[in-house]
Design a protein around this ligand. Structure first.
Ligand code: SF4
Length: 461
């Protein structure tokens, strides 16, 4: 075959992409400074100590008094008072690692995207949507045994524990995860030994189950021996082909992967064991903002990549955190840069006490259009709604009907529950004054809902 070599200078101008200024490729810029030293309580903390995940756990912020001790005069007293009231009114327990705390911009904590996710402020809280339920995804309804949700034909969600290295204000599983708060008494899951045995017995008894998500709570809080026990038990089942350990750890305490050798080796051991059996074991994680990714994260992800561990990311679309084309594109590119595959971007579930963080389906459609094409397709996340009521994940574009005025979108999920309609609701703060008033009236709510379902049945998108 004869190949003609075309030099760049002989190409028509329109065919040549102009070179990009390397200074604009900011997704490659990962901070490697001692950023924690600006927090008064950590000013003298050495790199070695800051990298110790036990130190990170022990010094995590769980009470407003600890926040005050850590920050001292870095923030105004009014902010701490606002936070104290926020802690009292939050349905979710608060737990923030020193790593996360140090990445917050304390010159502008109100707007900071990490503060918004983890530290509640009473002044920013908004009333919940009237259609919100505590377990909005009906995980307990679809649970044949406590802590095991079987919704999709071939996949189940196993929740071996209810604790996490940090607690996210927006946790979908706030009905069970974390400790009781003034607002929510958590659902008890029973004793671990019994529950795990029942879950394993159920999984083994269902030949159609091939894929198990081990979530929680958070797999970071499983002991190394427990990771091995779960992996060995599930991989030994002939029906099981795929396991995913889900953890927010890399986003909130990446040091553990570098320095908790026992935990890391248990994970890598499970991946290697799976590979020998021709079964897939991967890690799923949860970055929401590019500021959560530092040089420490890159070192941790490099280590896992070297050991052949696939890491995929699930993001939650949140107002004031990542609801712009620029931020989401930067996040997707930065994840790709550290070998983490951007897998899903979720519409924010209808969760108690975080209406200020939710945004509209229209915002997701807009951002998705701009992110798609910014990088390779296999590094482009699918934007989904986890359909309230247990419909499972639906592509945001697949709505049967969407009324931007009332904020109601209707989805169907034929492979999960044929014939059912699932409704997602935009937050009231994003609607017109007229629509907000209609939502205040129960009869009007019913009319809007019935009308949306009817129009979905008529396929009026
Ligand atoms: S780490 Fe996951 S399970 Fe834990 S609080 Fe955050 S979202 Fe919920």
């Amino acid at each position: 075959m004869h190949l003609t070599i075309v030099s760049a200078s002989s190409l028509p101008r329109s065919a040549v992409k102009p070179a990009v200024d390397p200074a604009t490729l900011v997704y490659k810029e990962l901070r490697r400074d001692e950023f924690w030293r600006k927090i008064p309580a950590y000013a003298e903390v050495s790199t070695e100590t800051f990298h110790d995940s036990l130190w990170q756990s022990k010094h995590s912020i769980t009470k407003v008094e600890k926040l005050l001790t850590a920050l001292q005069d870095l923030v105004a007293p009014a902010f701490l008072e606002d936070a104290a009231n926020g802690f009292l009114r939050a349905p979710m327990s608060v737990r923030v690692s020193p790593y996360l705390l140090s990445l917050i911009d304390w010159e502008n904590p109100i707007e900071d995207p990490l503060r918004r996710q983890f530290i509640p402020l009473a002044s920013t809280l908004l009333p919940d949507h009237p259609c919100l339920h505590l377990d909005s995804l009906h995980e307990q309804v679809d649970a044949p045994v406590a802590g095991l949700t079987h919704r999709y034909p071939d996949k189940a969600l196993f929740l071996p524990l209810t604790t996490c290295p940090v607690y996210c204000r927006f946790c979908t599983r706030s009905y069970a995860v974390g400790i009781d708060t003034d607002k929510v008494e958590k659902v008890g899951m029973g004793t671990q030994e019994n529950r795990w045995a029942q879950a394993f017995a159920y999984i083994a008894s269902r030949p159609e189950l091939e894929d198990i998500v081990v979530s929680g709570g958070d797999a970071y809080n499983l002991r190394a021996a427990q990771i091995t026990q779960i992996a060995d038990t599930l991989l030994a089942m002939p029906n099981i082909r795929r396991l995913r350990f889900a953890t927010k750890g890399p986003a909130v305490m990446p040091q553990k992967i570098l320095h908790d050798v026992a935990w890391r080796e248990a994970l890598c051991g499970a991946v290697e064991k799976g590979r020998k059996l021709h079964k897939e074991v991967v890690l799923h994680t949860h970055f929401n903002h590019p500021n959560e990714i530092t040089g420490i994260t890159q070192d941790a992800m490099n280590l896992l990549f070297f050991r052949g561990v696939t890491v995929r990311n699930q993001t939650v679309l949140q107002r004031g955190v990542n609801d712009s084309v620029e931020t989401m594109t930067l996040l997707v590119k930065r994840l790709g840069h550290i070998n983490v595959q951007p897998y899903y971007v979720y519409m924010h579930d209808l969760v108690q006490g975080v209406e200020d963080l939710r945004t509209t389906l229209d915002t997701a459609l807009h951002i998705e259009k701009h992110v798609r094409g910014a990088t390779a397709g296999f590094h482009t996340p699918t934007f989904v709604v986890d359909a309230p009521g247990g419909g499972g994940k639906r592509d945001v574009h697949s709505y049967e009907h969407y009324d931007r005025e009332t904020g109601i979108s209707v989805f169907s999920s034929p492979a999960v529950k044929k014939g059912e309609s699932y409704l997602y609701y935009d937050p009231l703060h994003a609607l017109s004054e007229v629509a907000r008033r209609r939502w205040e009236d129960e009869a009007e709510r019913q009319i809007m809902t019935d009308n949306a379902v009817l129009r979905a049945e008529r396929r009026e998108r």
